[in-house]
Design a protein around this ligand. Structure first.
Ligand SMILES: [Zn+2]
Ligand SMILES: [Zn+2]
Length: 570
């Protein structure tokens, strides 16, 4: 973790106050110890909130630990829901009714998925990023103080609701089978009664045979219903089996739960592991500091190059000016010698004062003329800068007029559409793009200060180089702008393209502002309009998302290309 150094005390700024009065205030929260203490000094020289002071590093580590616990807990709840879903689906599959199996499975899986989604939206979406940023301060503190029982109770309760909903639904399926059975029983009773009645009426013996013949279809029907009863009994046996299975499952779950509880205890008591983690954090800190240094050096180098360019320009202008001034000096010398000659003449033949005056005025007039010339020269230099601006504006207007249709995300764009462009980057996905690469690209794009040319960034399969599978075109200032959010891209000022370029993560584009940079963009896996490329010093990998293909890390079958529109006016 690298700290700012306080300008007043030269101490590292690494303390904050967690008192509500302070963390809700809109101010700089991370201070050096002396400044923090000074701010908390009351009129009677007592330091307030002293128990709420904490080191930034400890604060952040607590938050990370809490996040891990929360993640593990929610994963456990997910597992329980999925196990329950599995057991219920198995139960349903014992039925012989294909429609019932399809509908009930869809219903149960749908409910479970809805539950998983709502829990991950509520508890797994992160509202801040690391390292610490002042703008997220309130979110960090709220998370730090968050009552863990609350989300645990809430997710358990929601899981209970899911269970009872599915159970209830299962019951309605059972009821249907029972109602059918009940109706069959009633019909059987009626038939039995009728048979008994016919039996009693023995005086109609002669008619008996006829009647029996008449009720024969009913007897067949009765036989059929007996089959139904046998089938139901078989199903009952199966549900007893399911019950046994479920009891076994519950026992398994209890075992799993006690294992998890044990692990949790081990984690809580194992302090040495935490020290190990702290050591790791320390290594990350040193690593981070090294990277910052590299970044600083790179920026320094590039700014030195720019300074040198400007210096050469100024020197050229200075030379021109100096030449003019020396010309002027020469002329002034000639004039002075003329004056001397005049003076001599005056001395020698005492020319009238009016004549002398005339020469002086002449001299003044010539001198004014020279001053005017110098002023004109300065104007020309100013106009040169203005001309550059005008050229840039002309290029911008021309681009907008002729290439407006290109400014969007394209699928399968034929390469001939880019005939006015120059290919300035063309490498396989196995080549990493680091800060140096990005700076080289920027030097090619921005030839003069204030340039903003049209660029196209795309990726393609090498099997067909005549079309680009996925490509987006936009002005350089929108495309190459650094961003800092891992879940939000920035909208282009010219179209429906959303760009991001997050260091230590990735750069690319998306059709809306939502992104999910778990290093590379994993948002909406079905979207064809997303390109995401590693931009991470540590990984030194290339790739890895091109539309629906999310796993193209270091692919040697795909190329990343960057096209630059050739300027019309120069
Ligand atoms: Zn305070
Ligand atoms: Zn300070």
């Amino acid at each position: 973790m690298d700290f700012q150094i306080c300008q007043n005390t030269q101490s590292p700024e690494k303390f904050l106050c967690l008192n509500e009065e302070c963390y809700l205030a809109d101010k700089k929260h991370i201070q050096c110890y002396q400044c923090l203490t000074k701010q908390h000094l009351s009129k009677n020289r007592v330091v307030r909130h002293v128990d709420d002071f904490i080191e930034l590093e400890q604060f952040i580590n607590e938050i990370k630990k809490k996040q891990n616990r929360r993640h593990t807990f929610i994963q456990m709840i997910f597992q329980q829901a999925l196990d329950f879903q599995k057991s219920k689906v198995q139960e349903i599959q014992l039925s012989k009714n294909a429609d019932l199996i399809k509908n009930a499975t869809e219903k149960i899986e749908g409910e479970t998925t809805k539950f998983l989604r709502s829990l991950s939206t509520l508890y797994l979406e992160q509202k801040f990023t690391f390292p610490y940023q002042n703008s997220f301060h309130v979110q960090y503190v709220k998370f730090y103080f968050e009552n863990e029982n609350k989300y645990q109770e809430d997710s358990k309760q929601k899981l209970g609701i899911l269970f009872s909903q599915i159970e209830k639904y299962m019951h309605t399926l059972d009821l249907d089978i029972r109602t059918t059975m009940k109706r069959s029983y009633q019909k059987l009773e009626v038939l039995e009664k009728q048979v008994i009645q016919f039996g009693k009426q023995s005086m109609y013996n002669k008619l008996q045979l006829l009647i029996l013949l008449l009720i024969l279809p009913y007897l067949v029907y009765l036989q059929f219903n007996q089959f139904e009863i046998l089938k139901y009994q078989k199903q009952q046996e199966q549900s007893v089996q399911i019950q046994d299975y479920l009891i076994q499952e519950i026992l398994n779950q209890k075992d799993k739960f006690s294992i998890i509880e044990k692990r949790l205890e081990e984690l809580q008591f194992n302090g040495t592991q935490d020290i190990q983690k702290l050591n790791n954090t320390l290594v990350e800190v040193t690593d981070g500091f090294q990277k910052l240094k590299i970044r600083f050096d790179t920026f320094k180098q590039s700014s030195t190059i720019n300074q040198e360019k400007t210096m050469i320009n100024i020197q050229n202008n200075l030379e021109v000016l100096q030449k003019n001034i020396s010309d002027l000096n020469n002329k002034e010398g000639i004039l002075q010698s003329q004056i001397q000659q005049i003076q001599q003449k005056v001395d020698k033949i005492s020319v009238k004062e009016s004549e002398q005056q005339k020469y002086l005025e002449e001299y003044k007039r010539i001198k004014q003329g020279e001053v005017r010339k110098v002023k004109e020269l300065i104007e020309i230099i100013k106009q040169k800068n203005l001309m550059r601006k005008i050229i840039q504006l002309k290029n911008y207007v021309y681009t907008l007029k002729n290439f407006k249709d290109l400014i969007k995300i394209h699928l399968n764009l034929p390469k001939r559409k880019l005939k006015d462009f120059e290919l300035i980057y063309d490498e396989l996905f196995d080549k990493p793009i680091l800060i140096y690469t990005m700076m080289n690209i920027q030097q090619k794009v921005y030839k003069y200060e204030g340039d903003n040319p049209l660029l196209c960034l795309g990726g393609l399969n090498i099997e067909n180089l005549e079309k680009i599978d996925l490509i987006a075109c936009d002005f350089a200032n929108d495309m190459l702008n650094p961003t800092f959010d891992s879940d939000k891209a920035t909208k282009s000022r010219h179209g429906d393209i959303y760009w991001y370029q997050v260091q230590e993560s990735s750069f690319g584009f998306a059709p809306n502002e939502k992104i999910k940079l778990l290093y590379c963009d994993d948002y909406d896996e079905e979207s064809e309009y997303r390109l995401s490329y590693w931009y991470n010093l540590r990984s030194s990998s290339g790739g890895r998302r091109l539309g629906k293909q999310l796993l193209l890390e270091n692919s040697t079958k795909h190329r990343l290309q960057l096209y630059l529109l050739k300027p019309i006016f120069e």
